[in-house]
Design a protein around this ligand. Structure first.
Ligand code: 9YW
Length: 420
């Protein structure tokens, strides 16, 4: 058997469709996904630094005039995916895209690539990307937090990247299902229906898209009209970490005005994330902005303030006790939702399975918070999962079985990155 590193490199090379990487070789996702591309760049950086930058550069070719970086850029035949570009009917004139975004890891990844310092034309490339990153972050605060609360809201579960997490159940149930799309779905032709989101969830996902399409994805209208409007704790933590990384990049490049502007965003968000701490449960919860209520559901997103802020563990050791309790109940960590709860399903997508990209955020956050032993535990589990479960899309925390799409790009990338 070839070495894991060689297998991971082969997967990234195979899934490289010419400057952008499809998430899987299986045909399940025939396009460029936003956070997949950024996280895949961390893998390319381990063997082809130039190609790592190209991944981010192509992603930003899809950026909209208002600054949004879309969830999906459609760059090839997309008939095996639903909803494809003909359903979304969106883009920036150059690239066909979806009309929503995804967790903004770009600035964090660009900082990592910059600090490695091993790519050709680095200063020039960073100089070209920085204004785009700044416009992206500005867009979040104007389009998705018009009241200046410090928390940005997502308008679709797909924006969270954690599509069918139980965290969305109540907010999504309040959305009109619209007509059934069961006959249009393509995903269940690639993966068994039992490990994918359900029919009622898909009907609502699509009905949201149709509603937003009718508004031309205009942010000024979306925030007021979106039936699904959620200030997710994971999304805001990822944005906050990216704010901090963007500040460092801007300052490093001598853009003091830009750095100060993002410091303003970050100060608001730091305070707002802290206000999400629930002292009674010892956990961080996001809010349903549309219905003005706390979402008291223990998803892995509640651990991500660790990734945003190195002082969380010191302030809230109770958060670590949750993680330890979760790890005691499964063979491998970290499950995407608290095991032992009625909603926990170890094989169904974001309702329990492990996703290595989120494992990276958790273990990185733990390490920055001085929790070396716990961080090492999550690292060991992550690499062991690939060793014995292969390069699946996600993994069953009770057995370690790889599930979903195969030869998965971000799993291969995390294997390379975490071994480095
Ligand atoms: C979809 C590509 C994407 C990821 C998401 C994951 C899934 C399905 O696959 O979304 O149809 O968009 O939930 O996080 O980016 O790997």
């Amino acid at each position: 058997m070839t070495d894991l590193r060689e297998q991971a490199i082969a997967i990234l090379r195979t899934n490289d469709h010419g400057g952008y990487t499809v998430p899987t070789a299986s045909g399940l996702y025939p396009a460029q996904w936003n956070w997949d591309s950024c996280l895949v760049a961390l893998g390319f950086a381990q063997f082809d630094p130039d190609r790592a930058w190209v991944e981010i550069e192509t992603l930003f070719d899809g950026q909209w005039a208002d600054g949004m970086v879309p969830q999906i850029s459609f760059r090839e035949a997309d008939d095996t995916y639903f909803p494809n570009s003909s359903v979304w009917q969106a883009g920036n004139g150059r690239v066909k895209t979806s009309g929503i975004t995804q967790p903004p890891v770009a600035a964090t990844v660009v900082r990592y690539l910059t600090e490695r310092g091993d790519a050709p034309r680095l200063t020039e490339r960073l100089g070209a990307l920085l204004p785009k990153l700044l416009r992206y972050h500005r867009w979040f605060y104007s389009a998705r937090d018009p009241q200046g609360t410090g928390l940005v809201s997502i308008v679709h579960p797909w924006e969270s990247g954690m599509d069918n997490s139980p965290v969305w159940d109540a907010a999504l149930a309040a959305v009109e299902p619209g007509p059934s799309v069961a006959h249009l779905r393509k995903d269940t032709g690639f993966s068994h229906a039992s490990v994918r989101p359900t029919g009622p969830e898909y009907d609502r996902y699509i009905n949201l898209v149709i509603g937003y399409r009718a508004l031309n994805y205009d942010p000024a209208k979306l925030h007021g009209a979106a039936p699904f409007l959620v200030a997710d704790i994971g999304f805001n933590s990822i944005l906050q970490r990216a704010n901090r990384d963007l500040i460092a990049l801007l300052r490093g490049a001598g853009d003091e005005a830009g750095a100060v502007e993002v410091e303003g965003f970050a100060a608001r968000t730091a305070a707002a994330i802290e206000a999400c701490w629930d002292a009674e449960d010892g956990f961080y919860y996001g809010r349903d902005t549309r219905h003005d209520r706390v979402i008291r559901k223990p998803g892995i997103a509640g651990l991500l303030p660790l990734y945003a802020d190195p002082t969380v563990a010191e302030r809230h050791p109770a958060l670590l006790r949750h993680l330890e309790a979760w790890l005691e109940q499964v063979r491998f960590g970290v499950p995407s939702f608290a095991p032992g709860t009625p909603e926990f399903e170890p094989r169904r997508y974001w309702r329990g399975p492990i996703w290595l990209v989120v494992n990276w955020m958790v273990l990185d956050g733990l390490a920055r918070n001085g929790q070396a032993a716990l961080s090492q535990r999550v690292l060991r589990d992550s690499l062991e999962l690939v060793r014995q479960g292969g390069f699946g899309e996600y993994f069953d925390p009770t057995t370690g079985e790889g599930l979903g799409g195969n030869s998965f790009s971000w799993t291969a990338a995390m294997c390379l990155f975490l071994r480095s």
